[in-house]
Each structure stands twice: as C-alpha cells, then as structure tokens.
Design a protein around this ligand. Structure first.
Ligand code: TTP
Ligand code: MG
Length: 361
C-alpha cells in the first residue's frame, strides 16, 4: 500500500511572525535581517514577506540590494525567541495530526498520515484544510502543504505553490510531477551540481531522470545514485522523529481570554509539571526556563532565565515560571495563551552537555 506523507512549510516564516506582532505591517513589504542603514548596511536578508518578494527581494540577498529594490519596505531585525516559540507551537499542532512526525527545520515538518486518512482527493483536502485552519487560528500563520507517497516528492510539492498552497501528487505520478521542474529545484542539487549538469545538457529534473544510473554513478559516485533515484521520484526514507531533543515546551490557549491570575498560574504550574515529567523521562535536567505570554490582541512576549546549575527540581521550576510571568500580569489586557519552555537540556549526570544553543540559524 502506498504511504501518504505530508510536508508542511510555513510561509515567509519570520516575516509572517513580524506581521502578526505588528498588525500595521500587514500587506506591506517586510524584510527581516540586517539593518540597511540607508543602503550602506552590511549583512543579508533572512526572509521577507510575499509583498516584498514582488520587488525581487529574496532570502540571503545583501540587505543593501534589498534596500535598493524597495527603500520604503519595513526593515526589521530578527526576534529569534519569538520565532522559536511560534515554531514550537506549530510543531506541537503538526505532531498531533500524524502517526509519525519529523521536524526538518524551524518552519517545516513531515507527517506520515497513511493510517489517518483514505486516499480520496476530498479527504486529503479536508485534512490539509484542518491543519491550515488550526495553525491559522492558534498561531495566525500561513503554510503550504505538499502531499505525496514519499518525503522527497512531498517536500518538492509543498514548495510548488506558495503561499497558502496545497499540492497533491497522485501515487504513480511522482516522476511526472518532477519532470518539468528545473534541476536546481531537486533537493540536494546546489549551484555546483547544477553547473556540471548544465554542461552535459541537463536542465530539467526529467532530463536528469533519463540519464542512465551507471553514468550518474561514474560521474558523481554515491551522490549520483541519489540524484538518479530522486529525479525519478523515488525515496524510501521513513518519517522519523528527531530525538536529539533541544527543548521541551507546552502551550495553552485559554477557552476565553482571561485576567484571572489564579487560573493563569494554575495553567502554568500544570504545564511546568508536565514538561518536567517529560524531562525526567528522558533523563535530562535543564538550565533555562522560559515563559511565553500572549495577550488578547495577539502581542506575544517571551522571557527566560538561565540558572547557574541544571535542575529537575519542580519547586524551583514552578517558582521561576511564576516569577517570569508576574510582571506581565499587571498589563491591562486579557491573556489569550501562556506557555513554558525548558531549554539548555543536559543529561542528568551533567557530564555530557547535549545542547548548548537552541538557535542554529
Ligand atoms: P524558508 O522556509 O526557506 O523561507 P520562508 O518560510 O521565509 O519563506 P517560504 O514561504 O518560501 O517558505 O525558511 C524559514 C525561515 O528560515 C525564514 O523565515 C528565515 C530563515 N532563513 C534564514 O534565516 N536565512 C535563509 O537564507 C533562509 C532561506 C531562511
Ligand atoms: Mg518556509
């Protein structure tokens, strides 16, 4: 029986979070990255809103060039803790939809839904719409989804139509779907490989698929075999949870926005207990405890504290979480969501530090 894999990728992720946090930036070109300093700035664009992409602005482009393309765009520095909190919340949602879950990067994941839904188009569409709705409702973010019988094709499919896309590749049509795409789009083909392939007259993935496997192997070795199989839409790899745990987090959206301190603290206590038990199950202790709070207007804040020494002490964790949250509760606004996050996880014997930094990008 063919598998059914979904790949979900958030649209213009960092920029979308910024637009959510600054509603006045909705519909505007927003560029997240280095300070353009009136066109003289150094550094690059991390990402930009789709409105900014209309001007030709792209990820990794020098910020000075982005400024030239659209000087009136909103330029903003990144706010990683916010993106990380949004990512964790989205990953929590996605995990609940698949029987298997694999996070690939801060804004994308695979889920295996073979056992969850039938293969009719309408059923897939309904399922994908439910995922999008929940992410939109809880995190106010958009995403694009690719569906196929393997991970490779699902990932290529989620990229096919963006933003807010849904691309379903029927079983048996994997190769056909890839064939007209430029070879550079194939996962694992970089600038160098693209140039080599161009030299032998290969521009599209379909043309690459037609090159005999032996000659691919001769020229590229093992990588050549991968390229051959990938171009033919073949991939047997499983959706696998990445167990190198970097953080443990819990979020809760109140049924109704609230200013009830007791209720808020009770929720935070409960999440702290829950996160701690997950920490213990994995024989970890943690050095950093963070909270996140979202007000009724969706403005979101995060605050964290790093201890001198890693702990599993529930009393310490609860006290710290409450302390971190307390200053936000004098705000006039009601609270929509609270969350807790344990990071800087270490193995209990404290010898091997597993994760030092949680931000890789
Ligand atoms: P992507 O998913 O590649 O990009 P995106 O989500 O901004 O836009 P798209 O709608 O095309 O998916 O990357 C996710 C985040 O990673 C992105 O929001 C910012 C960060 N990033 C960088 O910091 N530098 C980069 O060069 C790229 C490509 C992404
Ligand atoms: Mg993305």
């Amino acid at each position: 029986m063919p598998r059914m894999i979904m790949h979900i990728d958030l649209d213009a992720f960092y920029a979308a979070v910024e637009q959510r946090e600054h509603p006045e930036w909705k519909g505007l070109p927003v560029v997240v990255g280095a300070d353009p300093k009136g066109g003289k700035g150094r550094g690059v664009v991390m990402t930009c809103s789709y409105e900014a992409r209309k001007f030709g602005i792209r990820s990794a482009m020098p910020i000075s060039r982005a400024y030239k393309l659209c000087p009136t765009a909103v330029f903003t520095p990144p706010n990683f803790p916010l993106y990380l909190a949004a990512s964790e919340a989205v990953m929590g949602i996605l995990r609940s939809y698949g029987s298997k879950f694999e996070q690939v990067s801060i804004d994308e994941a695979f889920i295996d839904v073979t056992a969850k839904i039938g293969c009719s188009k309408s059923e897939i569409e309904k399922f994908a719409a439910a995922i999008k709705n929940e992410i939109r409702e809880k995190e106010r973010l958009g995403c694009s989804i690719g569906v196929a019988s393997n991970k490779l094709v699902a990932k290529m499919a989620s990229d096919y139509k963006k933003p807010d896309g849904l691309t379903i590749v029927d079983f048996g049509k994997e190769k056909e779907f890839l064939s007209l795409l430029p070879v550079r789009k194939l996962i694992g083909v970089g600038e160098k490989t693209e140039a080599v392939l161009k030299e032998i007259g290969v521009d599209t993935i379909g043309e690459l698929a037609a090159v005999p496997e032996e000659s691919m192997q001769k020229q590229f070795g093992k990588y050549g075999i991968y390229l051959h199989e990938a171009a033919n839409g073949m991939d047997n790899s499983e959706v696998e949870e990445n167990y190198e745990m970097k953080s443990i987090s819990r979020n809760l959206t109140f049924e109704e926005d609230t200013k009830d301190e007791l209720l808020i603290f009770a929720a935070v206590d409960e999440m702290t207990e829950d996160a701690r038990s997950s920490l213990m199950q994995n024989s970890f202790c943690c050095r950093t405890i963070g909270v996140r709070i979202r007000f009724e207007d969706f403005e979101t804040h995060t605050k964290e504290k790093t201890l001198g020494e890693a702990t599993t002490d529930l009393g310490i964790m609860k006290k710290l979480a409450r302390q971190l949250l307390q200053p936000f509760l004098s705000d006039a606004r009601k609270v929509r969501q609270v969350g807790i996050r344990l990071t800087h996880l270490e193995t209990k014997d404290n010898k091997q530090r597993l994760v030092n930094e949680y931000i890789s990008k």
